[in-house]
Design a protein around this ligand. Structure first.
Ligand code: APR
Length: 247
């Protein structure tokens, strides 16, 4: 498992602005399977790519709603991982810090991170599938999916499905955070899904130092000045502790 190179600590100490992009790997240590992990139980026969789509919701809204209910249950029982906690501490020690996550589990916020850019939305929020506005979770009723109290449209999770656009505000703030930073950390993401994966390229184009934390190789590993092979839960607490040590 990679130890944190001293020159990375120095780079972070001297950084003006650090931007972090996290993927499902940081939540793997909270017990939430990554996207590319096989699904379990009754959902084993389905691929996320076949459930997290507008078409799947149109053809079988109840199945998609039930899948998210299963995932919400898993998320509410999960605890933030040591990696989530370390990022929340790092934000308080660095001069400029932006956190973009592809995860919809809200664990960064539960670990104490503020102003999280939720690139793919948040599974714990519902929205009206007709008006596209966030709606308070209704009391459990017999209708599945529940209906919007304002227009009667079906509710759906407030997440970005395959083929849907990233929310404009998140897209813009993430792009800005990638353009402005002088250090970009890519943590626990396979860097396969765009436009999130394009954020690394924007940061590199603007001269940022790219750092990757992942037990496996990804398409950006070769572009990283610091490619730390290991888990977020093992590496990030070391990083956060080293930043707190007197220089
Ligand atoms: N610490 C760090 N990284 C880890 C850990 C860990 N403990 N465990 C696994 N990983 C890495 C894997 O090696 C992999 O590269 O996390 C990555 C998870 O990749 P994916 O499952 O592809 O998840 P992610 O990159 O977040 O997917 C991006 O694609 O499916 C869509 O919208 C979905 O947000 C998701 C997006």
């Amino acid at each position: 498992m990679a130890r944190v190179p001293p020159q990375l600590i120095e780079t972070l100490r001297q950084s003006r602005e650090v931007t972090v992009l996290t993927g499902s790997g940081i939540s793997a240590e909270s017990g939430i399977p990554t996207f590319r992990d096989a699904q379990t139980g009754i959902w084993a026969e389905f691929r996320p790519e076949d459930l997290a789509t507008p078409e799947a919701f149109a053809s079988n809204p109840r199945r998609v709603w039930d899948w998210y209910a299963w995932r919400r249950e898993m998320v509410s029982e999960a605890q933030p991982s040591p990696g989530h906690g370390a990022l929340a501490r790092m934000a308080r020690t660095l001069s400029g810090f932006n956190l973009i996550t592809q995860n919809v589990d809200g664990l960064h916020q539960r670990a104490g991170s503020k102003d999280v850019i939720e690139y793919h939305g948040n599974i714990m929020r519902d929205k009206c599938s007709v008006e596209d506005v966030v709606v308070e979770r209704p009391a459990p009723g017999d209708e599945v999916p529940p209906r919007c109290p304002a227009c009667g449209g079906m509710l759906r999770p407030d997440v970005v499905w395959f083929g849907e656009a990233i929310p404009a505000a998140a897209l813009e703030s993430a792009q800005l955070a990638a353009e402005r930073c002088d250090v970009f950390l890519s943590i626990g993401t396979s860097s396969l899904v765009y436009p999130a994966a394009g954020l690394m390229e924007i940061a590199l184009r603007n001269g940022a130092t790219l750092v990757e934390i992942n037990p496996a190789q990804t398409p950006v590993t070769k572009l990283a000045e610091f490619a730390l092979t290991g888990t977020a839960g093992a590496i990030l607490p070391q990083l956060s502790a080293a930043l707190l040590e007197p220089e």
